[in-house]
Every structure is written in C-alpha cells, then in structure tokens.
Design a protein around this ligand. Structure first.
Ligand code: PMV
Length: 324
C-alpha cells in the first residue's frame, strides 16, 4: 500500500469564471483570478491498495456517492500518469461547510490531486496535475497555488500560476457564513443552464478578458480601491447571468444582500473592504489588514450571520505525510 496526506485551502475568485468552453474536458469559458484562503482547510489521505476492488471515498466521515464519478475520473488520470492500476481509498475532511459556496470542491480536488500524486510517486511540479485537479472542479487548479492566482485559457487547456505570494500583499478575508446548508444547484449544472438560457451569458464572456487583464494590473500595482471596484462589478455581473438563467439561479438570501450593503457602506466611509459572492449565500469580505476588526464587528451584527471565518491568504496544496 502507498499513501499520502495533503492539506489544501479553498480559494475565492476576485475575477470569476462561470461557464464552460468544453464540458467533457471541464474547460472554463473564461480565465479567473483568485486568492487562496488560509482560514479554511481540507485534509485528504489517498491510499492505493491492491486489495481494493473499486475506488472508495469517505467525505466528512460518510460515503459520498454523488462524488464517485468525478473521484474516479481524477484517480484514473493519476493512475494513467503513473502507469499504475491499484484502486484507492480516499478520506477527506473539511473544517468548514461542504458544498455551500465556500469552494470545498476546489480545496477538495486540489488536496486529492496532490495526495494521490505523492502516493503514486509522481513529480508534484508536473503541470499535468493541473488538468487532473480540473477534472474535479474548474476552480481546483487555483488551490494548487498560494496567494494571488491566475488561471488562463490556452488553446488546448488552461495554465495556472501564482501572481503574488501571500506575504507580497497580505490581504485579509472575513467570510460571513449565512447558511450551513448545501446548495440546491451545483456550479457545474448551473453553468450549463446559464450558457443555454441567459441572455447575458455571451456579454459576460465577451466583456471578461478586459476584467481579467485589468485585475492583473491592479494586483501587480497593489491598487486596493481599483481592485475593490472591479471585483464587485465582476461578481455582480456573474450574478446577473445567474439570476437571468432559466430556471433562475438565486444563490442569495436576504442576509447576503444585507451584508453586501453593510460592506458598501463601510467602503463609502473609507474602510478598505469589498465583497465577493460565489454560488451560495455566503459573503466574503476582502480587506486590508488594518480594517479586519472593523469589518468583522460590522458583519457580526448583521441579523442572520451565523458566524465569521477570518484569515489571511494561504499557501498552495501541500503534502503533510507520505509513504508513497
Ligand atoms: O469550482 P467550480 O468549477 O464548481 O465553479 C466555481 C464557480 C464560482 O465559484 C462561482 C466562480 C469561481 O471562479 O470560483
């Protein structure tokens, strides 16, 4: 038996992706720019064992049947790279709500890829691991890296790299958890529906390269005010596509909007903070370190906020134990 354990953090996109350019290869329609979060963690152990007759997944202590097809595709890709045939037992734990708009699939598939690759003795610097992670989730390659991460489309796939390390621009992120429930429509299904039915989908795709280029310039310049305005605009543009999908993808709760208004008010008063929201009701407030306490205090008081998860920018997925 050969096994390895990896830790990975979720990431949140400041310039988002929504939509696929190729569903089979899980290739995103547009690039994205994210930050990796150190406050939330996935810990995954992958053990390849010749006595198993199928791949097994235990997620947060229970069999996760719905993840089985994606899991098998990722493990098949790793087995192909390593020219090995053994099935694997995968045990994964998140210390935050799973499948609720907190990017658990990003950290989950980044941890799975790195742990599986280490258990099989693969080179962890091999860029092909990015494609393995992407099979699981379009945003998972971003969690292979730390700090500010750019995922770009290339003619045949994607390329993902860190733009700045966490220490280069140590922003803080306060996550307002507004529901612990899983989302009703997965990102993967929602994107396909948006692509088919939203009249705003094509304008979203067409206007996206300019946002991505500007996002890179603002990150390079450490321009917080510029990034705040752009990231909120890009987030709302994605939600406009979601809302105009048939049937509508309404991921917000009333408390989500209340948090957004509080954050907008703080920024109007000069507090360096902006919001971003993904396919779920949680609100992520990104701020300069000196604003963290003010932002946390304000969000804590919003009725309906269940708890806050606060932290800085994290590192990429890494091995913490291995006998591969
Ligand atoms: O990780 P996926 O492929 O299920 O989709 C992520 C989609 C968003 O979180 C809404 C946007 C993003 O770029 O992370």
């Amino acid at each position: 038996m050969s096994s390895a354990t990896a830790l990975a953090h979720p990431n949140i996109a400041l310039i988002k992706y929504w939509g696929k350019r190729d569903e089979d290869g899980n290739l995103p329609a547009v690039g994205s720019l994210s930050v990796t979060l150190d406050a939330l963690r996935t810990r995954t152990t992958v053990s390849f064992d010749s006595s198993l007759d199928r791949d097994e997944l235990i997620l947060n202590g229970a069999v996760a049947a719905t993840e089985q097809p994606r899991l098998e595709r990722c493990l098949n890709a790793l087995r192909e790279l390593a020219r090995r045939r053994d099935y694997a037992r995968v045990e994964s734990e998140n210390d935050f709500p799973t499948g609720a708009g907190l990017a658990s699939s990003a950290s989950g598939y980044a941890a799975l890829t790195v742990a599986g690759a280490a258990a099989l003795g693969l080179d962890l610097r091999d860029p092909q691991l990015e494609s393995v992670a992407r099979i699981g989730s379009g945003s998972a390659p971003r969690s292979l890296h730390g700090g500010f991460v750019l995922l770009e489309n290339t003619p045949s796939g994607t390329r993902c790299r860190a733009l700045l390390a966490p220490a280069d621009w140590p922003l803080q992120v306060v996550v307002a958890v507004t529901s612990e429930a899983g989302k009703s429509t997965s990102s993967r299904d929602g994107m396909v529906d948006s692509q088919r039915t939203s009249p705003y989908y094509q304008p979203w795709v067409d206007s996206h390269p300019a946002d991505l280029a500007q996002g890179q310039r603002l990150v390079a310049a450490r321009d917080f005010a510029g990034l705040a305005a752009l990231a909120e605009h890009n987030c709302l543009k994605m939600h406009a596509v979601m809302l105009t999908t048939r049937p509508p993808l309404m991921y917000w709760l009333p408390v989500t909007l209340a948090c957004m208004q509080v954050i907008s008010g703080l920024r109007r008063d000069g507090v360096p903070v902006f919001f971003t929201i993904d396919a779920g009701p949680q609100v992520k407030a990104v701020c300069l370190p000196e604003a963290t306490a003010t932002v946390a205090e304000a969000l804590q008081q919003v009725p309906g906020v269940l708890r806050l998860l606060t932290g800085g920018l994290g590192t990429g997925a890494r091995i913490i134990d291995s006998n591969g």
